[in-house]
Structure formats: C-alpha cells, structure tokens
Write a protein of this length. Sequence first.
Length: 131
Amino acid sequence: GRLNYIVNRLETLANTLTTEIATLKTAGKDVASIETKLNEAKAKIPATKQKITDAMAKFKLITSLDTAKANYEAGQALIREAQAMIKDVHVALVQVRGSAKSLQNNGTATITPPVATTTPPVATTTSTTTP
C-alpha cells in the first residue's frame, strides 16, 4: 500500500545519494560524515519494511470478533512504529542530500538538523458597511 510506496521511494533516494556521494568521494571530497549518516538511514529501511509486513499479517488475522480488537490494535501499533521509522529515515536522507549539495557547491559538508518552517496563520479582518 501507501507505506510500502513511501519506503520504496526512500530506498530509491538513498540509492541516488549513494551514487552522488561516490562521485564526490572520487572527486577527493571528504564525505565520511555524510556517508555514515546515509548508511545509518539505509540500515533502517529493511526494518521499516518488516514492520509494515508484520502489521499486514496482524490485520489478516482478523477473522472473528474475538480476535479483532487485539489484532487490530497490534497492527496499528506496528504501523505507528513504521511511520516513525519512515520519518526518521526521511529526515536523515534530507540532511544527507543537503550536505552533499553543500559539499558539491562549496567544499564543506555539514549535517544540520532540519528547522521547522511552519508559519503561523495570519488573521485577516473584513469590514462591511451597511447603508
């Protein structure tokens, strides 16, 4: 389903970044820190896939009302764990991508945590006049 699609996209991104880092390494750039971060992220992908598979197995065990609640809750817990892992992998890959681009452009790689970019809603007022 959707989670498998997301994990596959993250895997594709990780493979692309592996190629980019190899190119930078060949060019003589110091990629040790971003390579480590990338490898850590890539190592989480199989475990994430397994969580999704385990969750689907729990949902398939729902065959009667007797087991429905327990299996549903167990499946949902596994899905939440998989979602958290997906988020962790995504954040790490975004950091790696940013560092690789920085290294490519100015020769220095820095792994920096992402900064929240949400902006608060702006209140608008409207006035109407009645004749």
